[in-house]
Write a protein that binds this ligand. Structure first.
Ligand code: BES
Ligand code: MN
Ligand code: MN
Length: 462
């Protein structure tokens, strides 16, 4: 594979420009205003797979946005790698905090990315990381080094819960049959220290609604005499954590797997600097569950967070009013063995029970998914580690991530294969935040590393 480095050097400007074109299409799956753009992005992904050398590419319609499926089958007796990624992106707002428009990609240098990084929504999550696979595949076709079969499944609804992908996978088990699933939609420790994600948290996402009086009221005439839905909601939410930041929902921790002290000591070996962590976020101190350190709080422990809260008057100046209703969006990050549907039920039951008689409460489940952990002794993990070792000069460290890709657990259940999470993003790349970016170094390194995964996976499978 000497050639991959030179191939990347020779074609890097084109690789960057192609990604920039893809990033210009605002494929925001959460907002129907971008419906046509999401569909156009699927088409662009399809064309890119055809150009890179897939034999057969199709747009698979779903009840929502389409799934792009492509394949190159060279020999049915050889192993098959299934590449999953997503072409949809998170909403760009708050737009005023972007230093350049989210869908007008530009390359800027940063302290962490002295070679430059592409700034755009989706640059890292996940268009940039997904496209590394298309370009790595292009290289293997051009150099005649593709050692096995490849299937691509690129969806457009990851950021809204992959509801239709679930149905697609359940209905296409034979078509999607594979020996390993390869995903680049996570991060790594740093550009000097690669890591392989061995765990993802599950998710339960709900919306709550508290209703008091049947109309907004004068807060002088009625204040003190009726329940204020916003006060009540704030109180209910505050009671969901105790003084140790444990979640108070009965049964919430029942199935949580406690890691052994050995496992926790192993985790503590991963490089992490609390001062730098605080500095990067302009925080005086961190905050979280008693008895656990930061790297545990955001990976092996379940959490509950309000993602948004609204109601009443938020316009200019002051309006004296008791709102009729208050709302919040709440997510719970779950760890393996917690069943997301069960947690949603436990939350609902408990939250309803917190309401005083002066209000009515509704809980609307949004979406969810199971967590995932993958062993480090599989062929896939070993192949990934060999690939990173070769391109970075040091072995990768296994790390459990706090993020979620709910469909990964379903892949294992339906397709019976392990997923290898080869992420090339950095925490500082600001995914889901204003000024998301993806390092040019990371993008090109990803393209270099992926063909080595294929090579070693096939070698180790023999
Ligand atoms: N790529 C992310 C998940 C991720 C990022 C995992 C970094 C590990 C490290 C994915 O696109 C994402 O944002 N997932 C959502 C869940 C989804 C159901 C909306 C998340 O984690 O909030
Ligand atoms: Mn993603
Ligand atoms: Mn995301």
């Amino acid at each position: 594979m000497e050639n991959i480095k030179s191939y990347v050097q020779q074609h890097k400007d084109r690789f960057i420009n192609e990604l920039i074109e893809l990033l210009k299409i605002p494929s925001v799956s959460a907002d129907t205003a971008y419906c046509q753009d999401v569909i156009d992005t699927a088409e662009a992904v399809k064309v890119s797979l055809e150009k890179a050398g897939c034999d057969h590419v199709e747009i698979c319609e779903t009840a929502g946005y389409p799934i792009v499926y492509g394949e190159k089958i060279i020999d049915p007796n050889l192993p098959t790698v299934l590449v999953y990624g997503h072409y949809d992106v998170q909403p760009a707002d708050p737009i005023e905090l972007w230093t350049s428009p989210p869908f007008e990609p530009v390359i800027k240098k940063t302290d962490i990315h002295p070679e430059g990084a592409i700034f755009a929504r989706g640059a890292c999550d996940d268009k940039g990381q997904m496209y590394m696979h298309v370009k790595a595949f292009e290289y293997m076709i051009q150099s005649n080094t593709l050692p096995c079969n490849v299937k691509f499944m690129i969806e457009g609804e990851e950021e809204v819960g992959s509801v239709n992908l679930k149905t697609f996978v359940e209905n296409n088990v034979e078509k999607l049959k594979n020996d390993v699933i390869l995903i680049s939609d996570t991060g790594m420790i740093s550009n000097q220290q690669p890591s392989i994600t061995t765990g993802l948290r599950g998710l339960s996402y709900v919306e709550v609604e508290v209703t008091g009086p049947n109309r907004d009221l004068h807060s002088g005439l009625y204040g003190g005499a009726v329940a204020n839905p916003i006060n009540i909601l704030a109180k209910m939410i505050a009671s969901l954590h105790d003084e140790n930041n444990h979640i108070t929902i009965p049964g919430f921790y029942d199935n949580v797997e406690e890691l052994s002290l050995e496992e926790r000591a192993e985790m503590a070996k991963a490089p992490f600097n609390l001062d730098n962590y605080k500095k990067a976020l302009d925080l005086k101190d961190v905050y979280g569950e008693t008895g656990y350190v930061t790297n545990e709080r955001n990976s092996i422990r379940p959490t509950l967070d309000v993602n948004g809260i609204w109601g009443g008057y938020t316009g200019e100046g002051a309006k004296t009013v008791i709102a009729s209703q208050a709302f919040a969006k709440i997510s719970m990050r779950l760890v393996p063995n917690q069943e997301w549907e069960n947690i949603t039920e436990l939350f609902t039951k408990h939250f309803m029970s917190l309401a005083p008689a002066g209000v009515t409460v509704k809980v609307k489940p949004h979406h969810g998914g199971q967590g995932y952990v993958t062993p480090i002794d599989s062929i896939g993990y070993k192949a990934a580690n060999m690939a990173y070792t070769e391109t970075f000069g040091v072995p990768a460290i296994p790390v459990r991530s706090g993020g979620s890709i709910p469909i990964v657990a379903l892949f294992e259940k339906e397709l019976k294969s392990k997923t290898i999470l080869m992420g090339f993003g950095l925490d500082s790349d600001a995914i889901h935040s204003p000024n998301e970016h993806f390092g040019i170094f990371n993008y090109l390194k990803g393209i270099e590393t992926i063909p080595l995964f294929y090579k070693y996976f096939v070698e180790l499978s023999k």
